[in-house]
Design a protein around this ligand. Structure first.
Ligand code: UZR
Ligand code: MG
Length: 207
């Protein structure tokens, strides 16, 4: 679609990216406006060919864990007015599911994920880059609750992953990527002012 705007929302795991994005999207859709969202999580590489033991060794907090080539292709196709087959990923088996979901183009597309601003090949695609800047201890608390409830993890596996990859990779990739952002948002998904600023920008583009 000509003049498609792509907005990237990034930040650490548990920073409130998904809540921020979902709140924004729900309010925009409520007004009858058309918008799409893609999660970088859906683009985790498929690992069907690996044993479960090997899948547990993967560093999921590294930019290379994502099939960014496919995400770039999909964003370019949406910009050209073509529909895409949005991949589905299972956090319990660490594999991509056989089914995809069709997504049609729209004038505004939001992409949300941890490594979006840490991946130089993606940056030129984004019209607005947002970084959700949440202290790491708050991220960890949210992540414990979510991974226990939604991602089928034990407290021990969450702790091990946090120490071995989540924390070091946050400092290596995610935190420095905030310097590429146009907008930095504190207080995660509950920052009403930041939501309103982005919402009014999107409304202007869509109306
Ligand atoms: P969000 N992740 C997994 O735990 N398993 C997978 O198969 C794929 C990803 C985790 C990943 C990262 N890290 O921190 C988090 N680890 O998902 C990113 N360890 O997802 O941004 O939604 O929190
Ligand atoms: Mg999320």
């Amino acid at each position: 679609m000509p003049n498609t705007r792509i907005i990237a929302i990034s930040g650490g795991s548990g920073s409130g990216k998904s809540l921020f994005t979902q709140t924004l999207i729900a309010e925009i859709l409520d007004e009858g406006l058309d918008i799409r969202v893609l999660c970088e999580d859906h683009y985790y590489r498929d690992q069907t060919h690996l044993s479960m033991e090997d899948r547990l060794q993967t560093n999921y907090d590294h930019p290379k864990a994502f099939e960014h080539e496919l995400l770039i292709r999909h964003l370019e196709e949406l910009k050209q007015g073509q529909s895409i087959d949005y991949p589905q990923y299972c956090f319990k088996t660490h594999t991509r599911l056989p089914d995809t979901q069709p997504i049609t183009p729209a004038s505004v597309i939001i992409v949300e994920g941890i490594m979006l601003l840490a991946s130089p090949e993606l940056l030129p695609l984004f019209d607005i880059k947002v970084f959700i800047d949440t202290p790491l201890d708050i991220c960890l608390l949210r992540r414990i609750t979510r991974d226990l409830q939604e991602r089928g993890r034990s407290l021990q596996s969450i702790t091990e992953q946090y120490e071995s990859t989540v924390k070091p990779m946050y400092h290596k990739f995610v935190a420095p990527s905030r310097f590429t952002a146009d907008v930095i948002v504190t207080q995660g998904g509950k920052n009403r002012i930041a939501l309103d600023v982005l919402k009014s920008h999107i409304q202007q583009v869509l109306k």
